[in-house]
Design a protein around this ligand. Structure first.
Ligand SMILES: [Cu+2]
Length: 158
């Protein structure tokens, strides 16, 4: 039996390694490179109507790293809430007004312009609002979730 030329074997290996990641594209060990136009925006049942979410890395409900973007319309309000894990927020565009406390108070927020970062510890009550459209990126390690301080604010219960 004749051995395959080394160059052929190397080529086949290279092709296999290019093809393999496609089968597990959602696996957290794979490279993810996304340009803005590739983001797929969807409604967010856990936020007041009008926001859109684009999940980049996940899924959010598992004990894995996650990254997603949220797009908020102008004059949008997120009532006071908390998360089970650390929330890292990076403002991508627009201004995101964010503050801590048990009830949304626009006077108790900081105006986070594009490029700003906010880090909220688990179970810290916080709230946010927008004047113009804004996009933020959130990352952390799941499982992710949101609990409203006032259950009546939860759109999933309406
Ligand atoms: Cu939050």
């Amino acid at each position: 039996m004749k051995a395959f030329p080394a160059a052929f074997v190397v080529t086949m290996f290279a092709i296999a390694s290019l093809v393999a990641p496609a089968a597990g594209a959602q696996g957290h060990a794979d490279h993810i490179m996304v340009v803005p136009k590739d983001l797929k925006w969807a409604d967010v049942p856990s936020l007041p109507a009008g926001a859109k979410i684009a999940v980049i890395e996940g899924p959010l409900n598992e004990a894995k790293p996650f990254t997603f973007r949220l797009k908020f319309p102008a004059n949008y309000k997120i009532p006071a809430h908390w998360h089970p894990a650390i929330e890292h927020v990076t403002v991508v565009s627009g201004t995101f007004n964010m503050g801590t406390g048990d009830k949304l108070d626009p006077k108790q927020t900081k105006a986070l312009s594009a490029g700003s970062v906010a880090i909220m510890q688990p179970k810290t009550n916080h709230f946010a609002w927008t004047k113009g459209e804004a996009i933020v990126q959130v990352h952390g390690v799941g499982p992710w979730g949101i609990t409203y301080v006032n259950p009546a604010d939860d759109p999933r219960k309406k």
